[in-house]
Write a protein that binds this ligand. Structure first.
Ligand code: ADP
Ligand code: MG
Ligand code: MG
Length: 901
């Protein structure tokens, strides 16, 4: 933002006086002059900046001008009034436009018409509606008909502007216009909009004006400038409408001041069969294949192509219609990719055989496409390796790691119908018919598939929570498809054989009916819709994926470990490239099968000896678990955290289970009950847990350490290079660690002696830093720690005083009101919690020069948090197995971005 203002500030206006950049409210683009440039997205919005840019590089863009995002900001600062002088500037720019095109806005004979288009710095598909053909009225529509000799076209344009203006500016429901349209269609026995004859469209305009006046209470405004002013204001207003606010929230879009408004001279795709409109990607956004990819619709305007009004044709078939335009588009594909060095998502219109470009932006793509495109563009020398690494959104790699349907199971599946493969992946769920239903049922624990005719921005919530999205109309560029791809949510779109009865909550497909209780499966890579829930399988990774991972490893400096408690998880993470385990929790090892009995026996024991006896039974289980993990991770470090949760978590809390437990252990139910209530804590997460358990019951620590060391020795004797590291949780005071470390070291020595092991066995003993006090006194703590591992879940919990498990009762309010920009349990709170991490690293290393520091909280798999970890000099991040590839890429991006700054 600052740079934009500064650069604009250097330009001077015609009076020779230097205007501050923020004073200039409008930027013109056209043959007369072009004020804006591609880098001014914050000021001109993405659409406006690129319209200016495309004009500058000589592409055929209808001229127009962009009202800045700062004007929108001013509008809100003014309490909802257009900035002073804005309309004067608008009139000046309209005059320039008139001169350039030789037509007059508001002219009765051959009027200049414009579109009013919103466009913020971040792309928000479908969030704000465009108004086309603005400037028409009862008189000029006849003029337009005469000037073009095309009555049909003139009235088609007029009915559109009444509809769009009515819908967007004054809030007359689109449905009302649709009803009127349907009536006319019936009258003229027209199936499609294009079948309606001239006379029908003339009548339609009258009907639309009636609809408008009936629902709004005032007639459709006849003064073009009034139309324009109201439209501009409507765009500004749309910035704060709930669905836009919600979209920004879901997408984590912050820091924008408002939307720009683009006023652009019209070109007409609705002038007949030699005209049309389309959308395309310079490469396939689903697979990444380097092939021009898109759809177009003949004799149509604006959103017709994505709104599912008629079925568009794939651009492959364009040569049959107009060969020249098709090859022109292929030429533009090259020009745009050379210029932007990225895949472009374009919108274009053909007016009587002449092609016009109306939009370009970097194309959204699936994770798989991102990987393939990056690799191929490096090969094509369009971009270099570093750009390739930086460009792939690390989180999107999840999609490549998504499961697909097990081929054997799928072979047996009953395929109901095939729609468009809009967003890859495999999903199944029970049918939900509205977004609200999807939200409610998902929150209640069900897995649902959202089934809609077509989605719209109001459905965002439900789409986000549903396992998959299935629509019956709309193409590959429909709302559902675009949004789902952005999120990596599985989506099948345009499954036209499905009839949805939203009210009755059922769908019919080829004579079969399914309700909310039925489960369907959808394959987002093939478009198949199948009956029942089909087994899924893990993904196979492509060669391009391996290439990207290799590149990432070349540029990253941090190590990547994984959080894994089982040999299976450890092995999977290792396949994904994990270089060790950063957190191996031991508590689950106490739950499985018979172990829980021994554990409960231990908890009920009244003497130390009785406790030791019970622990003895647990020891072999733990030892063999560790052996399995060491084997899976041979040659790589495994950080094992000693028992952490409060003991009451291991006891049953309902009467029936307590009775069962009493019978099994041969004690009275009353005793079990008594122990349960004894262990009850008002605030167990701040209670008797972590190292506090070992302080009270050192024999638990002794047993665990014994199991670790014995397992390591057993492995070593079998030539398996076990590399355990022992981690003591929840330390708040250096003294706690001092005492427990001593006990740990003694135990290690004792086992080595007992086992008469003479080989090399070096087991570092470290601690988690997860209590603010430990971070504050890290220099003291480090005296007794061979390593630090930041447990940022607890650290966040205790720094904010937020209970992670209960945060959802108030977090949504915090995010809505922007008291917090992000959920601090997902992305590390850099300015608060981050300060503690930073400080602890610095202080720790004051005591121990090379103190190894890592992170094992959930943040270890979050790209933004990873960037922070890199900055404060952590040696590694540790995350769940499936996030390891993401972390590898994010760590490389962090290293590269840091090098730059
Ligand atoms: P969105 O941001 O929702 O994509 P746009 O502002 O891009 O909305 O407008 C949608 C469509 O309207 C464009 O793709 C284009 O087909 C049509 N359109 C917009 N402005 C013009 C124009 N000046 N002439 C012809 N068609 C236009
Ligand atoms: Mg657009
Ligand atoms: Mg913890």
């Amino acid at each position: 933002m600052a740079t934009v203002t500064k650069r604009a500030g250097k330009s001077s206006d015609t009076n020779g006086t230097t205007k501050k950049g923020s004073d200039k409210l409008i930027y013109y683009f056209g043959q007369t002059r072009t004020d804006g440039r591609a880098s001014q997205k914050m000021l001109l919005g993405g659409k406006g900046a690129n319209l200016a840019d495309m004009t500058s590089i000589g592409l055929p863009v209808p001229p127009g001008f962009t009202i800045t995002t700062t004007s929108c900001e001013l509008y809100y600062k003014n309490g909802g009034k257009l900035p002073a002088g804005l309309m004067d500037e608008v009139r000046k720019n309209v005059a320039t436009l008139e001169k350039e095109l030789g037509k007059k806005f508001g002219d009765n004979k051959n009027p200049l018409l414009v579109s009013v288009r919103s466009g913020a710095a971040a792309s928000m598909p479908g969030m704000m509606n465009t108004i086309l053909n603005l400037g028409l009225n009862d008189v000029s529509v006849a003029g337009l008909a005469a000037a073009t000799g095309n009555v049909r076209f003139a009235y088609d344009s007029y009915r559109r502007v009444i509809n769009m203006f009515g819908d967007v500016v004054v809030g007359v429901d689109h449905e009302h216009f649709e009803e009127a349209f349907d009536k006319i269609k019936r009258k003229y026995k027209a199936k499609l909009d294009t079948d309606v004859p001239e006379q029908g469209l003339v009548e339609l305009c009258d009907a639309y004006k009636k609809v408008y006046e009936h629902h709004y209470g005032k007639p459709f405004p006849q003064d073009p400038l009034e139309q324009l002013e109201l439209s501009i204001e409507a765009v500004f207003k749309s910035w704060m409408q709930p669905r836009a606010v919600k979209y920004r929230q879901v997408e984590n879009i912050t820091g924008l001041v408002g939307t720009a408004v683009n006023i652009q001279s019209m070109v007409y795709g609705n002038m007949g069969d030699d005209s049309g409109t389309g959308v395309a990607f310079t490469r396939n956004p689903s697979t990444g294949e380097n092939k021009f990819y898109g759809e177009f619709l003949v004799n149509a305007q604006g959103e017709d192509v994505v709104a599912g009004i008629r079925t568009p044709l794939p651009v492959d078939q364009m040569p049959k219609w107009n060969k020249k335009v098709h090859s022109q588009l292929l030429e533009i594909k090259k020009t745009l990719e050379q210029h932007y060095r990225d895949v472009q998502d374009i919108e274009f219109t053909i007016e009587k055989g002449t092609l016009y470009m109306l939009q370009t932006r970097n194309g959204k793509r699936t994770g798989a496409a991102a990987v393939r495109i990056a690799c191929e563009m490096v090969k094509e020398k369009l971009i270099d390796e570093v750009t390739a690494v930086k460009r792939i959104p690390a989180s999107d790699l999840t999609q490549l790691l998504l499961p697909s349907f097990d081929p054997a199971a799928k072979k047996k599946a009953e395929v109901l119908t095939i729609g468009l493969p809009a967003s890859p992946g495999a999903a199944f769920g029970k049918l939900a018919f509205t977004a609200a239903e999807a939200v409610d049922r998902t929150n209640a624990g069900e897995t649902v598939l959202l089934v809609r005719k077509e989605t719209n921005p109001e459905d965002i919530d439900g789409m986000h929570l549903a396992a998959g999205i299935l629509t019956s109309t709309g193409g590959m560029t429909s709302h559902a498809a675009v949004v789902a791809r952005g999120w990596g949510r599985c989506c099948v779109a345009g499954a036209g054989e499905i009839t949805i009865d939203e009210k009755a909550k059922k769908i019919t497909v080829n004579g079969k009916t399914f309700t909310g209780k039925d489960t369907l499966s959808i394959d987002g890579s093939t478009g198949e819709v199948m009956v029942g829930n089909i087994a899924t399988q893990e993904p196979k990774l492509s060669g391009d994926f391996t290439t990207v991972m290799k590149l990432a490893d070349k540029y990253r400096t941090m190590k990547i470990r994984t959080n894994a408690d089982t040999p299976e998880d450890a092995a999977r993470a290792r396949e994904f490239g994990a270089e060790g385990i950063g957190l191996c929790r031991t508590e689950h090892m106490f739950f499985e099968g018979d172990r829980i009995q021994a554990m409960r026996e231990m908890i009920l024991a009244e003497t130390k000896d009785a406790r030791k006896d019970a622990l003895k039974k647990l020891l072999p289980f733990q030892r063999s678990d560790f052996e399995g993990i060491f084997k899976a991770m041979k040659g790589l470090p495994v950080t094992i955290r000693l028992l952490d949760p409060p003991l009451h978590e291991f006891l049953p809390h309902d009467e029936k289970s307590q009775k069962e437990m009493a019978t099994r252990l041969g004690v009275s139910p009353a005793k079990v009950k008594q122990r349960v209530s004894q262990l009850h804590e008002a605030n167990p997460m701040l209670g008797h847990r972590g190292c506090r358990l070992a302080v009270t019951y050192p024999e638990i620590l002794e047993m665990q350490v014994t199991a670790i060391v014995e397992a390591a020795i057993n492995c070593k004797n079998k030539k398996i290079d076990a590399m355990p590291e022992i981690m003591i949780p929840l330390v708040g005071a250096a003294k706690e660690l001092e005492v427990l470390r001593e006990l740990t070291l003694q135990t290690i020595e004792k086992v080595i002696k007992d086992k008469k092991y003479s080989g090399k066995l070096d087991i570092p003993v470290g601690t988690m830093i997860e209590i603010p006090r430990a971070a504050l006194t890290a220099d003291e703590v480090a005296k007794h720690a061979d390593f630090f591992s930041f447990g940022t879940n607890d650290l966040t919990q205790m720094t904010f005083g937020f209970s992670r498990d209960d945060i959802n009762t108030f977090l949504p309010d915090y995010l809505r009101q922007e008291l917090l920009l992000r959920d601090p349990f997902q992305t590390l709170d850099v300015s608060g919690v981050g300060q503690l991490v930073d400080m602890a690293v610095v202080k720790g290393r004051q005591t121990r020069d090379k103190l190894k520091c890592g992170i094992c909280g959930e943040h270890g798999g979050d790209p933004l948090s990873i960037a922070f970890c890199n900055k404060v000099g952590l040696d590694y991040v540790s995350c769940s197995p499936f996030r390891v590839p993401i972390a590898r890429l994010a760590a490389a991006q962090a290293a590269l971005n840091q090098k730059k700054s």
